[in-house]
Ligand binder design. Structure first.
Ligand code: SAM
Length: 276
């Protein structure tokens, strides 16, 4: 499918606020599908199909495709262009609200493959990995900097709240770089494709996941502060008590949140839960 031709045929007007940058390079689309390892056993959920550039190839690679699109004009175009496929269901909806468990219910291999709208890529991905929805894997294109944050390791500039929470729930791999010239209109930033494989069991044990999330958030909320300062403010723990908790956790209070491994965050949050 020639993305430019379809856009021209329907005189489609791009919406910046819906993050509409469409892929116009066949090799890139093939590459994403290859990295997602889509096969004829798979049900694919595509979020934001646009004019269907990737959808067309997914339809040939997968058993069935659910394409979730928010833009009514695109729903119209997709319905016209793909009316002869019996393995596609086009769903008009918001990826932040739609009940993915209804789609995934009773199916074995369900994979998300998408070139995500960048303005809501983080909440969409977090929603998918937290709820799991019986998904096997998630392969998504996101802004390069965001992909690097997903994958980042302690002590790097990109390491933050999202890196810890993401790596607690999935194995994360950047599998492809995609320059901005592969899209129309051309975005200001480059992109990467990230493959997320949901873990059956987190890499570390955590007594209370809500507490874990709160500790991680507090530790990174004030990046420049020491862990002691960040936690006493963010968690409201009294000074002596906090020093004691950090000592039991074998963490120097002068360290910064960005130096802590997931294991250290887990241990710290368990100790806060115990002694707070
Ligand atoms: N997959 C197409 C491609 O690669 O050419 C389009 C990708 S474009 C970056 C993002 C798509 O997501 C657009 O089609 C946009 O309309 C759609 N979109 C934006 N917000 C959405 C939302 N909340 N739920 C579902 N789709 C959304």
């Amino acid at each position: 499918m020639d993305t430019r031709e379809i856009v021209k045929k329907y005189n489609f007007k791009f919406s910046k606020s819906l993050g509409q940058n469409f892929l116009c390079d066949e090799e890139t689309v093939d590459g994403i599908i290859k990295k997602a390892e889509v096969s004829k056993d798979d049900t694919v959920i595509e979020i934001g199909p646009g004019v269907g550039t990737m959808t067309e190839k997914l339809l040939n690679a997968a058993k069935f495709v659910y394409a979730v699109e928010i833009d009514k004009n695109l729903i119209q175009i997709l319905s016209n262009e793909f009316n002869n496929y019996d393995n596609l269901k086009i769903i008009e909806g918001d990826a932040l609200k739609i009940d993915f468990s209804k789609i995934a219910e009773g199916k074995k291999n369900v994979k998300v493959v998408a070139n995500l709208p960048y303005y809501i890529a983080t909440p969409i991905v977090m929603r998918l990995i937290k709820n799991k929805y019986g998904l096997k894997s998630i392969t998504v294109m996101v802004q390069k900097e965001l992909g690097e944050r997903f994958e980042a390791k302690p002590c790097s500039k990109a390491y933050g709240e999202i890196s810890v929470l993401m790596q607690y729930l999935c194995s994360v791999r950047i599998v492809k770089s995609v320059p901005s010239s592969m899209f129309i209109p051309k975005p200001k930033v480059d992109s990467v494709v990230v493959r997320l494989d949901l873990l059956e069991k987190p890499p570390v044990h955590v007594d209370d996941e809500n507490m874990f999330e709160k500790v991680v958030k507090s530790a990174f909320a004030m990046r420049r502060k020491t862990l002691y300062n960040a936690l006493s403010r963010g968690m409201g723990i009294e000074g002596t008590k906090l020093k004691e908790i950090l000592k039991i956790s074998e963490i120097d209070p002068k360290r910064r949140g960005e130096t802590l491994t997931i294991e250290e965050f887990a241990n710290l949050s368990d100790n806060i839960k115990k002694y707070f």
